[in-house]
Design a protein around this ligand. Structure first.
Ligand code: GLN
Length: 424
């Protein structure tokens, strides 16, 4: 069987293709040369499965999509307190390139240009050269993507040649002592960051790395702390779409970041990364078709973050083998609160009244704290009721096996639990 996901994505592209609204950005001359009809979408699961439709391998510059990632790098290197000294976390309600700072002269958030210039300056410390700083950023973004990314020097030069507005921001930041580099160097460094070239598949994987708590799901590399990903996604959700951020959260509900070259990236925490490319932009600087694709994905695939639907990802019970005396519950997927609730609910149903119970965790990919605690508590209660309980946990998914009463969950070998009448 061939997975239907790319086919489904292609259908979405067909729906949005007729929309020729919006304009290709031309304030950076090199961007104005983009083919406005190019259209692509990619999705990467938090487990690292990548799907795409349309122009999956067409390269474009990240532009502002680089901002949340470099913010994450700064948080990882310096911690929230230090980063907050120079940039806030509040939505600006203004355009991305607005000449505005907060009351204390700090940029209000890291996703507007003023904030991103400041965050860029943090990387590698004040004494860094532009070259070293840019290399640190390029190599970090490459690890996120799982391949060596390159800077599109042509786009970079074209932007540097016309960067009056960003230069004025940098002058302002330097006059308040928020950055130390000359305005020229600060803008050059930031513009190089914006000119790193990717395709939608790269972006989907990078986004899935944030969704996956900082572990790159394809290479398996641990790149960021989960806390850093959470903070970054929180800022993306309130500030990522500039002055359209509130409407975006209501209509789409996927933390996102747009770039003026036409890319749009979205992250659904714990679930997946999405990226689109289509160069025509609305007046807010967001891709017109990209926004439409996200609306369709959110509605059709039920991806709205604020959805009150119960979500299991994968149904946590793969199979139940049982006789009058014993039962084995084969679990699977990620056991969070909702999944654990479903397992416990099933366990307490009439269909299990035996004297022996085992939970098989071989196919379980992970637990969160509450999911693990709830299952242990369920086992403890069964034991209290006189049931002989055990876990089958060959990959040690339950790790700390201490139950809430301080005793240990008994671990069984798979062969200890054989349903009567089956094999030996
Ligand atoms: N490099 C672009 C700029 O500073 C990025 C803006 C964007 O993508 N919104 O203008």
């Amino acid at each position: 069987m061939k997975t239907p996901i790319p086919y489904y994505l292609a259908q979405i592209l067909d729906k949005v293709r007729p929309n020729e609204g919006g304009e290709v950005a031309d304030y950076i001359p090199e961007l104005a040369t983009a083919d406005p009809d190019i259209l692509g979408v990619a999705v990467c699961s938090a487990t690292g499965h990548v799907y795409h439709a349309g122009a999956g391998e067409h390269r474009f510059t990240m532009q502002s999509i680089s901002k949340p990632f470099v913010y994450a790098l700064a948080l990882q290197e310096f911690g929230l307190a230090a980063v907050r000294e120079v940039v806030g976390m509040e939505p600006s309600g203004e355009a991305f390139n607005e000449l505005s700072l907060g009351g204390d002269h700090r940029p209000v958030n890291p996703l507007i240009n003023a904030g991103a210039i400041v965050v860029n300056q943090l990387i590698d410390g004040v004494d860094s050269t532009v070259e070293d700083r840019v290399e640190t950023i390029r190599s970090f973004l490459s690890r996120m993507a799982g391949r060596e990314l390159e800077i599109d020097e042509q786009v970079c030069q074209s932007e540097v040649d016309t960067a009056e507005r960003n230069l004025s921001l940098a002058h302002m930041l330097r006059s308040y002592g928020i950055i130390q580099d000359t305005a020229h160097d600060a803008v050059l460094s930031y513009t190089k960051q914006c000119s790193i070239s990717v395709d939608v598949r790269d972006l989907a994987v990078m986004s899935a790395t944030l969704a996956n708590g900082g572990q790159q799901p394809v290479t398996g590399e641990m790149i960021l702390d989960a806390d850093v990903c959470r903070l970054t996604l929180a800022v993306m959700s309130s500030c990522g779409m500039y002055d359209g951020a509130g409407r975006w959260m209501a209509e789409v509900g996927i933390p996102a970041k747009s770039g003026v070259s036409g890319g749009l990236l979205g992250t659904l925490p714990g679930q997946l990364g999405v990226a689109t490319f289509s160069p025509r932009l609305n007046p807010e600087g967001n891709s017109v078709r990209g926004e439409e694709i996200f609306k369709l994905l959110s509605a059709d695939m039920g991806l709205h973050l604020m959805s009150t639907e119960r979500r299991f990802g994968v149904y946590p019970i793969r199979e139940i083998e049982q006789t009058a005396e014993e039962a084995i519950f084969y679990l699977q997927g990620h056991i969070n609160f909702t999944a654990a609730e479903a397992v416990l609910y099933e366990l307490q149903q009439d269909n299990f009244r035996g004297a022996r119970l085992a939970l098989d965790f071989e196919q379980v990919t992970g637990f969160n704290t509450i999911g693990r605690r709830m299952l242990k508590e369920g086992l403890r209660r069964f034991r209290e009721a006189g049931v002989d309980v055990a876990v089958i946990d060959p990959r040690a998914r339950m790790t700390n096996l201490e139950m809430s009463d301080g005793t240990m969950v008994p671990v069984a070998e798979p062969d200890d639990y054989q349903i009567a009448g089956e094999g030996t």
